[in-house]
Design a protein around this ligand. Structure first.
Ligand SMILES: Cc1ncc(COP(=O)(O)O)c(C=O)c1O
Length: 361
């Protein structure tokens, strides 16, 4: 039997979450963000499941896009960081990919390139994130040069990214929206995109023409103060394993690396086949819940590379081989992330290639 560490990917939950996107943004086109292996859920698996219901996919870079094209995904694909090297441009054109344009170098290479066909461009404006994009006062000049270039397909789209939409009370989003709206109006932009999941769920005025859901598709909340269920979302990933050992230890005996936790009484301690090499967070502290046979029990001691140890005092009938859920239904990934001092995005993306992705489709 092979190692039982698996991530079950619930396609029905994914479809539910996409419907939630469409309920929030009924007239907008949907660019589903499936970069980083669809936030750990399997980019090809996710793309196949939703390609007929979305208008485009977004990935980080050319390599991620080519993996999808090689799997016969023909849906438009946007490269969120655009090109890194000038020689990527001919592949981008040839593979019918769209690129975010955010640096003067990319701009220069695009205008100089000898391309087999014009490239669709998402011109990125920095409305306040101060990460990628041209300053708002540079956009008109660049936009006009792009418009006049035979290397660039029409229409030229405008994109920006929200910095603080995960906090429903932060004023930054309003400021970003104002800058974005002013530009789209003054340049008469036909295709504009600003909203990520937090924008889609919490800031209807950010929806523009295209929405770009990432985390909400996977059934985790983008907000600091809610979990999936509060937002009408269903977790897509159910990270699971089994108990591979159960031992009774005497009062005072230490468990795991560093002997950081000692048994307060004679008790059963279970070992679960999952560790930080699988993507379970090493910083999950003692007390972090896992579900053994559907019931919460606390993790004890340090997370190892391949294993964790759990307190089975409340589950005296637990047996080797019994199922363990690390996050998913009834155990929100947001809760585990919070305890481990991180965010759901990171936990989902970090599920490693050693973990088998399984689905019921
Ligand atoms: C440019 C861009 N748009 C959209 C998204 C999706 O964001 P979220 O997962 O918060 O919906 C991301 C993710 O980081 C992004 O970088």
């Amino acid at each position: 039997m092979s190692r039982p560490t698996q991530a079950f990917i619930d396609i029905a939950a994914l479809q539910n979450n996409l419907e939630r996107v469409k309920t929030c943004a009924p007239t907008q086109c949907v660019m589903a963000v499936i970069k980083a292996n669809a936030y750990g859920h399997g980019a090809i698996l996710v793309a196949n499941a939703i390609q007929s219901k979305v208008d485009a996919f977004a990935v980080c870079c050319l390599e991620e896009a080519l993996e999808l094209r090689e799997a016969d995904i023909t849906t438009p694909i946007v490269l969120l960081e655009g090109s890194f090297q000038p020689d990527e441009l001919s592949v981008i054109a040839h593979q019918d990919l769209q690129m975010v344009l955010h640096t003067p170098k990319q701009f220069e290479h695009l205008l100089k390139g000898q391309l087999s066909k014009p490239v669709n461009v998402w011109l990125k404006v920095d409305t306040g994130m101060h990460r990628l994009g041209f300053a708002p006062n540079e956009i008109e000049r660049i936009y006009k040069i792009l418009q006049a270039s035979s290397q660039v397909a029409s229409p030229i789209c405008l994109m920006s990214h929200l910095a603080c939409a995960d906090d429903r009370h932060d004023n930054t989003t309003k400021k970003q929206m104002d800058i974005f709206k002013r530009l789209t109006q003054s340049l008469n932009i036909k295709e504009a995109s600003l909203a990520n999941s937090a924008g889609i769920l919490g800031w209807p005025q950010t929806h523009a023409d295209w929405v770009r859901p990432g985390i909400m598709l996977y059934g985790a909340s983008p907000f600091v103060d809610s979990i999936a269920n509060d937002e009408g979302l269903q977790p897509v990933m159910h990270l699971q394993s089994t108990l591979i050992s159960i031992k009774r230890h005497r009062k005072g005996e230490a468990i795991g690396y560093g002997a950081t936790w000692r048994c307060p009484q004679t008790m059963p301690v279970g070992v679960v086949a999952i560790g930080y090499a699988d993507g379970y967070p090493r910083h999950a502290p003692t007390g972090t819940p896992v579900l053994v046979n559907g019931k919460r029990v606390p993790l004890v001691g340090r997370v190892s590379m391949d294993m964790i140890t759990v307190d089975l005092r409340s589950q005296p009938n637990a047996r080797i081989g019994d199922p363990v859920v690390l996050w998913g239904k009834n155990l929100p990934v947001e809760e585990i992330a919070n305890l481990a001092g991180t965010i759901a995005y990171e936990l989902l993306c970090h599920v490693s290639s050693r973990v088998k992705l399984i689905t019921n489709n």
